[in-house]
Each structure stands twice: as structure tokens, then as C-alpha cells.
Design a protein around this ligand. Structure first.
Ligand code: PHE
Length: 453
């Protein structure tokens, strides 16, 4: 059998995992779910969920992936031979493919906004037309579909190039640039007149805003942001070398991801208030506020603002791509390892199917806006179904598997790289407790309250 590819170095592992984790979830989804969830109180629930639920799932997936050195189907088959656990693999194929479909629509929007930035569409005179600009674009038929087509095709082509060459290079290059840019934008956004209200919105919690729905949404966001419960982290961990420290890689990725989301929040929310936009405006939020910042900035420094705008949408596009390739990789791993197809064949199946679902999601902002599934538009349905239900369900099963099916000793061996590295015993007990008890029970409680309410 051919040897499995592995990532070249520790930095490459963290960068590639962070590349999957950091994406539209942080920059696009986090600010608008914070806006829908009422601000600071939502953030507190989000932080608690990240620590007590998301982190354990992240580690559980990494443990399974690296122990088995295989994608979810094979991993489950190796670790629990002949059991029904294998079927968890199906979830880890279906969920990412649904996610990539609507994700690609937003990736397409970013592409369109990059083109707008390149043609200097966010000049100082455009401040009033920026919010309607997004609505007009997203609700039209051909433009967004074309951009989605571009995005999903680019994603599939990168995946075709293979794990090491395609993904590693891409992730390493762009993440630091994006971080620097968002920090610059954040600093400027906070200085805008009226921005103080936005900062207060993010820092002063109003606990009366916390409802069952808000908790479920914060949990969903923490899972979405770290790419959990859908097997992408599992796959990346399976490419990790045995002597790589799993815990620090996981912690590093999660910390990176959290910092990105918070900075994005502090860049977007002050601008939302400065521009007089409703924080709960939904998926269009960053596309309505970021160009507003650029337009304002343009009054004082036109070239600087144009450059930042171009770089911003370019790096978002790349961040979105590094995430979307990890989703398509899940489908490819299944079709090649489980069904014996070549990568090329696998892509030729995945591309048209995700494209078609993406088209429906895209049209749900325009011609199909009246089509509802359980009260949601097609786009919202795919989004909520995956982040609030499928990812949580997958996460529940992963933590359950590690906590209850795998031997504690195997988990310990993964943490200590088979005894070759030191690991604090008390910390291990705590992490193990979170994986075995806290995460599964927490998810079930949130599930049930959400369903009952
Ligand atoms: N975590 C990614 C983001 O924040 C989204 C994602 C979800 C990626 C699931 C892979 C799998 O944008």
C-alpha cells in the first residue's frame, strides 16, 4: 500500500488546521451571529462553549484521526471493527458537502467584492449606496451564481492538486497577512464616530438576551468556527506525524481561531453602529459594513483605503478557500479510500453536486426567496441544519467514542506520543473528563432544550 502523506512540520500542521478552522466562520459568520444573538452575552456563551464543548471535540477528533491514520470510515473500522460506528463516516461526508454548498455562495460574494474593490467601487461618495449595493447583488440571479461557480471550481482544483502541495502552501502564505489586515481595519473602525456604541455592544453583556435559541446558536458557531463534528479535523490529524504534540497543536489552532473571530467582531461591530446598520441584519452584515469603512477611510487616504480593501477581500477569499478545500477533502477521502475511486473521479462527482446545491442556496436570496423549509430559506436551512444539528451530533458521537469506546490508555498514548513526551497528569484528567462527560452531556442538554423550546 502506498504510504500516507503527512504534513511536513509542526507549524505546517497548525497552519493547515488553522487554515481549515479560520475562514468565513470567523470573519463573516461570527459578527452576524453575534449581532443576531444580542452582543456581549452571546460572546460569553460562545467562549464557554468553545472551552467546554468545542475544545474537547477538537481533541477527540484529533485523537481518533491520528490513532487510526485514516479518514472517518476507515478510522472507525480500525478502532471499532465490525461495529456500526463506521456509519459515522457517512455524516462526515454529507455535512461538509452541505456546508461547502452554502459556503461557496459566500465565497462567491467575497470574490465579487474583490472585483468591486479592484474597480474602486468603495469611494468616499458611495457610503450611502453600500448597504443597498449588497442587497441588489445578492438577490440577483446570474452574478452570484457565476461567482459561486468560480469559487467551487477553484476549491475543487486545489483539492485535485493533493494534500501537501495544495493545502500546505496555501495556508502558510495567507493567514498571517489576513491577521495583520483585520487588526489594521479594527483599529480604524474603532476610531470612527459612533463606533463606541459598537464596542459597548460587544463588551457590556445584557444577560436577559440569553435564551435557549441563543445558547444553541453560540454552540453552533463555536463548532462551525473550529470545523468540528464533520471529520475535517479528524482527516487533518490523520496526516499528522506520530511525534507531533496533539494537545498543543489543538490548543494553538483553537487560540488562533478565537483571536481571529474576536478581532473580526471588533472590526465589524463598531462599523455597524457607525454606519447605522441593524446588528441583526444577517448574512450580508460584513458586506454592508466593511466597504463602509473603506469608503470612510477613502476620504482621507484614497490609495491606502483602496489597497486595504483589495487585500482584505483577497485574503478573505483565500481564507474561505483554505476552509472549503478541507470540506471537499472530506468527500474525496471517502470516495478514494472507501469506494476506490481516483481523486479525479471523486472530484468529478463532488463538483457538480455541491455546485447544484450551492445554486439553490444562492437563488434563495432572490428568485427562490419565497421557498421555505421549516420556516427557513434554503440557505438558512442548510446553515442551521449543519451548524446547529449535524455538527453538534457529530461532535457528540466523536467525544462519546473517545470517552467511552476507546481505552483511556490509548488516549494517554496519543497525548504523550507513546510515552516519548511529558504530559501533566492533572491536565490529562481534566481534559479526559471534559471529553468523557462534559461535552457529550452539554451537547445533549442544549439539543433537548432547543428542541423543546
Ligand atoms: N471553520 C470554517 C470557518 O470558520 C468552516 C468549516 C466548517 C470548515 C466545517 C470545515 C468544516 O470558516
Amino acid at each position: 500500500m502506498a504510504q500516507r502523506e503527512t504534513f511536513g512540520s509542526r507549524a505546517a500542521v497548525i497552519m493547515a488546521m488553522a487554515g481549515s478552522a479560520i475562514g468565513l466562520g470567523n470573519i463573516w459568520r461570527f459578527p452576524y451571529t453575534v449581532g443576531e444573538g444580542g452582543g456581549a452575552a452571546f460572546i460569553i456563551v460562545y467562549l464557554i462553549s468553545s472551552l467546554l464543548l468545542a475544545m474537547p471535540i477538537f481533541l477527540a477528533e484529533s485523537i481518533i484521526g491520528r490513532t487510526a491514520q485514516a479518514g472517518t470510515f476507515n478510522a472507525m473500522d480500525k478502532l471499532a471493527p465490525g461495529s456500526k460506528w463506521k456509519w459515522l463516516g457517512l455524516l462526515t461526508v454529507i455535512s461538509p458537502l452541505i456546508i461547502v454548498s452554502f459556503y461557496s455562495v459566500v465565497g462567491g460574494w467575497s470574490f465579487e467584492y474583490l472585483l468591486k474593490a479592484l474597480t474602486l467601487s468603495f469611494g468616499p461618495e458611495s457610503t450611502d449606496s453600500i448597504a443597498p449595493m449588497f442587497g441588489n447583488f445578492a438577490s440577483s440571479t446570474w452574478g452570484p451564481v457565476l461567482c459561486h461557480t468560480f469559487f467551487i471550481t477553484a476549491t475543487c482544483l486545489i483539492v485535485l492538486a493533493g494534500v501537501k502541495k495544495g493545502i500546505e502552501k496555501f495556508a502558510k502564505l495567507t493567514m498571517p497577512v489576513l491577521l495583520v489586515l483585520i487588526v489594521v481595519i479594527m483599529i480604524y473602525a474603532v476610531s470612527l464616530p459612533g463606533a463606541g456604541e459598537g464596542v459597548r455592544y460587544l463588551l457590556k453583556p445584557d444577560f436577559s438576551k440569553i435564551t435557549g435559541r441563543v445558547i444553541a446558536s453560540a454552540m453552533g458557531q463555536s463548532f462551525f468556527s473550529l470545523s468540528l463534528g464533520v471529520g475535517t479535523i479528524l482527516i487533518y490529524a490523520s496526516y499528522m506525524k506520530k511525534e507531533e504534540n496533539l494537545f498543543t497543536s489543538g490548543l494553538g489552532t483553537a487560540a488562533f481561531d478565537l483571536i481571529f473571530a474576536m478581532i473580526a467582531g471588533f472590526a465589524v461591530m463598531p462599523a455597524v453602529f457607525a454606519a447605522g446598520i441593524e446588528p441583526g441584519a444577517g448574512p450580508g452584515l460584513i458586506f454592508e459594513t466593511m466597504p463602509y469603512i473603506f469608503a470612510k477611510m477613502g476620504a482621507a487616504a484614497p490609495w491606502l483605503s483602496a489597497t486595504i480593501a483589495i487585500l482584505f477581500f483577497l485574503t478573505i477569499l483565500v481564507a474561505a478557500l483554505t476552509s472549503s478545500i478541507s470540506m471537499v477533502e472530506a468527500g474525496v477521502a471517502y470516495l478514494t479510500e472507501e469506494k476506490g475511486l481516483t481523486r479525479r473521479k471523486a472530484i468529478s462527482i463532488l463538483l457538480p453536486s455541491t455546485w447544484a446545491l450551492g445554486v439553490l442556496c444562492s437563488l434563495s436570496f432572490g428568485p427562490l426567496s419565497e421557498v421555505h423549509i421549516l420556516g427557513c430559506t434554503i440557505f438558512d436551512f442548510c446553515d442551521k441544519l449543519t451548524s446547529n444539528y449535524l455538527m453538534a451530533f457529530g461532535g457528540l458521537l466523536f467525544t462519546f467514542f473517545v470517552g467511552w469506546k476507546m481505552k483511556k490508555e490509548t488516549v494517554w498514548n496519543e497525548f504523550t506520543c507513546n510515552g516519548s513526551q511529558k504530559f501533566n497528569c492533572a491536565l490529562f484528567s481534566l481534559v479526559y473528563f471534559l471529553i468523557k462527560w462534559v461535552a457529550p452531556i452539554g451537547i445533549v442538554i442544549i439539543f433537548i432544550t432547543n428542541l423543546v423550546l
